[in-house]
Write a protein that binds this ligand. Structure first.
Ligand SMILES: NC(=O)c1ccc[n+]([C@@H]2O[C@H](COP(=O)([O-])OP(=O)(O)OC[C@H]3O[C@@H](n4cnc5c(N)ncnc54)[C@H](OP(=O)(O)O)[C@@H]3O)[C@@H](O)[C@H]2O)c1
Length: 334
């Protein structure tokens, strides 16, 4: 069995992750039991939710201290004692922050060859694609001609949401944290407009770019941005709560939105969702996402950090906005 290397979580983070929250461990991988496979991680997904998994108090139990940090990944089976999976098969699942995972075959999804690189299962398909697809189409219920606003628009989920909004015939306005990101949205992804919230007040930017108000808001950030949007929503607007990244590292209670009353006045709906509840729609979502991608209507961008040893520092890039597109760690890239 090959030698493994892994990051174990050894402390609950307060504020941003710190190097001392993790410990690097190298050890031999254990022999396989019946029904298990050995997977070599190719790419590890870094997600804002990693912060909640490490700290606890979220939709999955906290990662136990001194165990391998939980993380989604894609990889290849290198050895198998399980029916249905053989060496060379591509799989995805909670492989953890480690080079090799020993896993029950039933905990992994075998990835069909869809003619796309393995890492597309993190950037376009998988949990990111399904989040964008289900969040916009099922929770947001978009209609052609409506105005969609999406925050963290140059991120993994947000960049797909805006493009799917265009495919639905909407006016799409993105909110992002740099001029480069805003240019990418409007010049390459087809967004109608983009607002750099770090350069000027987001409310003024949205007033300018949403002259007919906002019908669907796909929220990835919460906080002051959500408040600004709430003041501009239209009658029967839908506010999709996908994430609240501006609050994930807060060490003191965060203020609630002041403009909540506008939900009442506008008879609007605000609804949260967790992608894990919608796995039964993954096949349908993937078929749409692949079709749109192959037709040149849906692009994705990967932001690859090379080397598992860099994972603890790299995950904080999600919180300072230095990632663009889907942040992944190349662990043992093909
Ligand atoms: N509900 C679900 O099932 C589900 C599933 C997946 C993801 N999510 C959520 O979706 C959101 C996006 O996730 P992702 O994986 O696609 O990450 P991402 O958007 O690729 O990366 C996070 C982005 O958030 C922005 N950001 C960070 N701190 C911020 C702050 N204080 N205020 C405003 N913006 C901030 C940064 O972009 P800027 O440069 O633009 O600031 C950063 O690039 C997260 O909130 C995540 O928790 C939810």
């Amino acid at each position: 069995m090959p030698r493994n290397a892994q990051w174990r979580l050894v402390a609950r983070p307060e504020g941003l992750f710190k190097p001392e929250d993790f410990r690097w461990v190298e050890e031999d991988t254990p022999p396989l039991a019946e029904g298990e496979v050995l997977v070599r991680t190719e790419y590890l997904s870094l997600d804002p939710t990693n912060r909640g998994w490490a700290a606890g108090g979220t939709y999955l139990p906290a990662v136990p201290l001194d165990s391998v940090m939980r993380g989604l990944g894609v990889g290849r089976v290198v050895d198998s004692r399980a029916e249905g999976l053989a060496a060379g098969d591509a799989v995805s699942g909670l492989l953890g922050w480690q080079r090799y995972a020993v896993a029950r075959s039933t905990s992994l999804a075998r990835m069909p060859d869809v003619g796309l690189p393995l890492e597309a299962h993190l950037g376009l398909l998988g949990h990111i694609g399904l989040t964008a697809w289900v969040g916009l189409l099922e929770v947001g219920r978009p209609k052609a001609g409506e105005t969609l606003v999406v925050s963290a628009a140059a991120g993994a989920v947000g960049s797909l949401v805006g493009q799917i909004g265009k495919i639905q015939g909407m006016r799409v306005v993105g909110i992002a944290g740099s001029d480069d990101k805003c240019r990418w949205l409007t010049e390459e992804l087809g967004f109608d407009a983009a607002v750099n919230y770090k350069k000027r007040p987001v409310l003024a930017g949205l007033r300018r770019e949403c002259p007919k108000g906002i019908d669907v808001y796909f929220d990835n950030v919460g906080g002051a941005t959500l408040d600004a949007v709430l003041s501009l929503i239209n009658l029967r607007a839908r506010v999709v709560i996908c994430g609240l990244i501006s609050q994930y590292n807060a060490t003191t209670p965060v203020p609630g939105p002041q403009n909540l009353g506008n939900l009442l006045v506008q008879r609007a709906r605000m609804e949260g969702f967790i992608v894990l509840d919608h796995l039964d729609q993954a096949e349908k979502a993937s078929a749409d996402l692949i079709r749109w991608h192959l037709a040149g209507r849906l692009q994705y961008r990967l932001d690859v950090v090379h080397g598992l040893e860099k994972a603890p520092a790299a995950v904080n890039r999600l919180f300072d906005g230095s990632n663009s597109g889907k942040l992944v760690v190349g662990v043992s890239e093909e």
